[in-house]
Design a binder for this molecule. Structure first.
Ligand code: ATP
Ligand code: K
Ligand code: MG
Length: 695
């Protein structure tokens, strides 16, 4: 039976792909502004050591605004106004940093709300031991329970189909409106997700998740950021920034002694201003937003990551393991031609190929049936007495045991050769000629036999996906090695490998080979990413550093992987590596920028502090006054945070370069830019401040 409903499939362009339900931007900024204030809570601030220092500084300068002589008398006029201005600027610095994080989180929250709205509590028809059904609340379902769902019902929990065939609307999760066929047994079609709706017929389902632990629940928790824990890279950077801040704290603490020595005592407010200007507030304020935005970007691509760590791991990937059919090629391998050998006729091979394929439900099998029937082949045995031998990636063969006891097979040439050899059949060079001809075209050759007699070769044609070579070129420039792993023969594999431009390939691979290849790469210290969908793939997905499961795949694969692609598009892995790299690059670029900003701030503030000691010559920026210099540096320091929010959320423009080239490029752009930009900006702010006569 050819069903009009296909399992959700890949091969779509990005424009065609619909994304996870998303809420509009309306209210996003309002909520973020409110959250920016809520996050001023010291217990929340404490998680970010750099910004916490600013928080403490703000409290002290606020006190100094009320009593400028709190820590001893300070010479000079306008102390109150000056301290008040510093307090306001510091307060906004805190708000801006909190706002950056809140906006990043807000996007996920809006998405979580949209997801949650699709998921309502429902009743479920639980199957009791006596086979009757009982209406229960969906929240009372437990792993292992059996339930019945009928047309129109919301599927109340994740599960495996164990009976019935039905079409299911999975758009709540995939954003894909085409119904998906579900039936028991088959790897791809037997898993269902809670929150999706059954459109026709009925299904018997074994529940595979406890309440609140389902796929949709996990997805909501993730996009909401509830489960976001800092990644190892992020922790390392936070520690580095905290240490740097401490160093500056010590430097600033020694200043009063020097200042007193040269006879220009400095006020505590100025010391705090200097400290805040020097500690890395820019990256400190944007760091978590960058991480959240990375996860969000992955979600925009319709991929659910189990953790931020998984997204980051994508950026560190050295080796990408891809399978051939459906990833590098379009995957609709169709029978194109029969090549008879050993003086058999086209009709002979068509008949045997048909006999070997009548029970084969794979796209390959169905296309062989179509081609054979077009050539006039007929089924000339009793189907009800025949036994189907299903295709498996391990045997790499499929076929039929006929009613008269004979066995017809088709499959990978070496597998069929082995089958024939074990029955003392003859192998002729003619077979190899036909098989090589097909392979050289990049096609998949299937040998056809009945017992010990070889009938010839079926040519399965497949096409390399357009644009894939460019993607691999990009990956290579980023230093990522691509390895194609295929069950197909060496010649086909090498033809496709060179046309697609992968760096290496492994042919005639069994599912076990996948794990072996991953382990070998990891033993060399490489980080490996791979995609997969079958239960077979689960161990390899778990072994890989980044394992991306297809949503159309089995529960086992989805649980083993650290990412699930809702579009079931195996090439998504390439996008994920790009997103991960971009996340790491953005973080590096903004750190570089933040730290190089300090040079200009030194030149603005230090001469200002020592101005009355006659070191004013150092004032190479020609700033209007000492107070104006300090305020300008602080205002720049605050404004640069919101100015960089768009970059932090969007990520720096991505270029396919190696880590070293990127480092050089970033030092040039963000390092040099970070030195120059504040000189210009601080000077401009100073002119403005002097203009309005503030200081
Ligand atoms: N329906 C089928 N019946 C018999 N043999 C098949 C069938 N489908 C594929 N084969 C043979 O088995 C081999 C292995 O198939 P498998 O799906 O494991 O790998 P593949 O599709 O060739 O490559 P990849 O791992 O890149 O998807 C194929 O190369 C082909 O020779
Ligand atoms: K700073
Ligand atoms: Mg395959």
């Amino acid at each position: 039976m050819e069903s009009p409903i296909k399992p959700s499939q890949s091969g779509k362009t990005r424009a065609e792909r619909k994304h996870t339900p998303k809420a509009s931007n309306k209210g996003l900024y309002q909520r973020a502004i409110k959250d920016a204030f809520v996050k001023l809570n010291p217990r929340i601030m404490l998680k970010n050591p750099v910004m916490f220092l600013v928080w403490v500084g703000t409290i002290i300068t606020a006190l100094l605004t009320f009593d400028p002589n709190l820590f001893g008398t300070v010479p000079g006029e306008n102390q109150r106004l000056f301290n008040g201005l510093i307090t306001i600027i510091l307060f906004f610095t805190l708000l801006f940093a909190n706002f950056a994080e809140a906006v990043a989180e807000g996007r996920g929250k809006a998405q979580a709300d949209a997801l949650r709205s699709t998921k309502s509590e429902t009743t479920a028809k639980k199957v009791l031991p006596d086979n009757s059904t009982q209406e229960v609340s969906s929240t009372s379902l437990r792993k292992g329970d059996q339930i019945k769902v009928v047309a129109g019902d919301m599927i109340p929990a994740d599960g495996e189909v164990i009976g019935g065939t039905a079409s299911v609307d999975e758009s709540a999760i995939t954003g894909e409106s085409a119904p998906v066929l579900k039936e028991p047994g088959s790897d791809m079609a037997s898993s269902v997700t809670g929150g999706t709706r059954i459109l026709s017929d009925e299904l018997l389902i074994r529940v595979t998740s406890d309440p609140g632990k389902g796929f949709l629940d996990r997805m909501i928790a993730l996009v909401e950021g509830a489960e976001r824990s800092k990644t190892p890279n992020e922790i390392a950077l936070t520690v580095l920034l905290a240490v740097l801040s401490q160093v500056f704290l010590i430097v600033v603490a020694t200043l009063p002694a020097i200042a007193n020595y040269v006879g220009t005592p400095v006020s505590v407010a100025i010391l705090i201003a200097l400290l805040v200007a020097l500690i890395p507030t820019t990256i400190g304020g944007l760091l978590s937003a960058i991480g959240i935005a990375g996860m969000d970007r992955v979600a925009q691509f319709n991929v659910v990551a189990t953790s931020g760590r998984a997204v980051e791991a994508c950026g560190d990937v050295n080796t990408l393991i891809l399978d051939k059919t459906g990833t590098i090629t379009l995957g609709n391998r169709l029978a194109e031609e029969f090549l008879p050998v050993n003086s058999h006729s086209i009709e002979d091979i068509a008949n045997v190929a048909l006999a070997a394929s009548v029970f084969d439900d794979t796209p390959e099998g169905k296309s062989i049936v179509r081609l054979a029937e077009k050539l006039g082949a007929k089924v000339n045995f009793d189907r009800s007495q025949a036994e189907a031998i299903e295709f498996s990636a391990r045997t790499r063969m499929s076929g039929t045991n006929l009613d008269d006891g004979s066995q017809v097979r088709k499959g990978a040439v070496d597998a069929v050769k082995g089958f024939v050899r074990s029955r003392n059949g003859q192998l002729t060079p003619e077979l190899d000629t036909a098989y090589e001809r097909v392979s050289r075209l990049g096609g998949t050759p299937l040998a056809v036999c009945q017992d010990s007699e070889i009938y010839g070769i079926i040519y399965l044609k497949d096409v390399i996906k357009p644009g894939i070579k460019e993607r691999f070129d990009q990956l290579r420039r980023m230093g990522v090695r691509t390895v194609m792993l295929t069950g197909d023969n060496r010649i086909t594999a090498s033809v496709i490998a060179s046309e697609a431009g992968v760096d290496d390939f492994i042919a005639e691979a069994t599912p076990e080979d996948k794990i072996a290849v991953i382990q070998q790469e990891q033993a060399k210290g490489k980080l490996v990413a791979m995609t997969g969908d079958g239960t077979n793939d689960a161990p390899a997905l778990a072994q890989a550093n980044v394992g991306v499961a297809m949503n159309s795949g089995t529960q086992a694969a989805k649980e083993a992987a650290n990412m699930v692609d809702l579009d079931s598009d195996p090439t998504k892995l390439i996008d994920l590596v790009t997103i991960g790299k971009q996340l790491l690059i953005t973080r590096g670029a903004l750190t570089t920028f933040s730290l190089s900003n300090d040079i200009a701030k030194y030149f603005a503030i230090i001469p200002a502090i020592f101005a009355s000691a006659g070191i004013g010559k150092l004032n190479i920026m020609g700033l209007a006054s000492a107070q104006s210099a300090i305020l300008s540096a602080l205002i720049y320091n605050a404004l640069i945070i919101p100015a960089l929010i768009p970059l932090a959320l969007k990520g720096v423009k991505f270029r396919p370069l190696t880590a070293n080239q990127l480092l050089q490029r970033n030092i040039l752009i963000y390092g040099l830019g970070g030195v120059i930009a504040p000189f210009i900006a601080i000077k401009l702010i100073d002119v403005l401040i002097a203009g309005v006569g503030l200081a």
